[in-house]
Write a new protein. Structure first.
Length: 345
């Protein structure tokens, strides 16, 4: 009987240890005195970097144990360099958080050999906001409506960075899905650089987020210097009731699917994740900390001053949306490859 009692006690102690590992106190013991590093797949000064530094300044007090949080930039290939590093190199210990474009997952789904990752295996934490894709043209083009655009004698020049970036992907998708004429001028260093090119008259149009456009071009939009001609997102934005959805002009199921895929990856736009196989309790601690930080009044006040909109998307939703890309029909994937590779040659 003594042996039985001793065995039961040992079993109970083991069970208690397992349960303790899933509790906040366990995470607190782990993170105390440690450093969390953000690996940001963009250069300093851009939207992704600005969001990352904002979150980093507020995250520590919401993580059990109050660790130090630092930011390291790792730009390259539309943030694919950072995503590959997170997937293949960074240790899965809950101390490294990657910040990169959700579109890198689509690149891998399409068979891009440089995307050495599987989007279903990251530990998705959060996205700071939902982006609403729109396209803007200069009034100098004479384009005021989608009908004007379709009838344009000269295809307007749109600026972009390269496949995987919204300013490049969205024009390509619109040209394929609804037949608008355009010429894509790529090689710009970031969204801010493309917007500057439009201001200088180097290009005729820009596709990006309404949030960014509203923030930097409020006066130009009001005065008619720049015209929001179409919404590329699947759902309308309340600010843009008079601007049509591209979906209204999609005549086939394939066209609608292309628009939906673009909305998935560029609606999320910037995502935060841990390497595959990060312990579940640490991933959950980070998810909770992100949620609390992004909804805190202190972060909200700083975000408002910086012109950064906050509308968090939780890790579970990101996981579901990006996993769905792996279930796309082969015909859709083939069309996506055709769209994105065609102008890259």
């Amino acid at each position: 009987m003594g042996t039985g009692i001793k065995g039961a006690a040992m079993l109970a102690a083991g069970f208690a240890l397992v349960m303790a590992s899933a509790q906040p106190g366990y995470a607190q013991d782990f993170y105390r005195g440690k450093t969390i590093t953000f690996i940001v797949g963009a250069s300093p000064g851009g939207s992704l970097d600005n969001y990352s530094r904002l979150i980093a300044r507020h995250l520590a007090r919401h993580v059990p144990g109050s660790p130090t949080v630092i930011v390291q930039n790792m730009p390259g290939a539309g943030s694919l360099v950072a995503a590959n590093y997170l997937y293949n190199v960074a240790p899965p210990d809950g101390l490294t958080i990657g910040a990169f474009a959700a579109a890198v997952v689509l690149q891998q789904v399409m068979g891009d050999q440089s995307a050495k990752l599987d989007g279903r295996k990251f530990g998705w934490i959060a996205s700071p906001m939902t982006y609403h894709s729109i396209c803007v043209v200069s009034r100098e083009t004479g384009i005021r409506t989608i009908e004007d655009w379709r009838a344009a004698k000269r295809p307007p020049n749109f600026g972009g960075m390269g496949p995987g970036a919204g300013p490049s992907d969205t024009p390509r998708i619109l040209a394929a899905a609804i037949g608008v004429p355009l010429k894509l001028v790529e090689g710009y260093g970031g969204g801010a650089t493309v917007r500057l090119a439009l201001e200088r008259g180097e290009i005729d149009g820009y596709c990006g987020s309404w949030q960014d456009v509203r923030s930097v071009w409020r006066d130009q939009i009001r005065d008619g210097k720049f015209v929001v001609v179409i919404q590329a997102s699947v759902n309308p934005h309340p600010d843009l009731r008079d601007v049509p959805l591209a979906l209204q002009y999609a005549k086939s199921e394939e066209a609608k699917q292309l628009l939906a895929v673009n909305d998935t990856v560029h609606g999320l736009e910037f995502v935060y994740a841990t390497p595959p196989n990060t312990p579940k309790e640490r991933l959950q601690s980070l998810r909770t900390a992100f949620t609390q930080a992004l909804r805190s009044p202190e972060l909200a006040a700083e975000a408002e001053k910086a012109g950064l909109e906050i509308d968090p998307v939780d890790g579970g939703t990101i996981e579901e949306k990006l996993a769905a890309l792996y279930g796309l029909p082969a015909s859709t994937i083939s069309k996506l490859k055709e769209v994105f590779v065609k102008e890259k040659k």
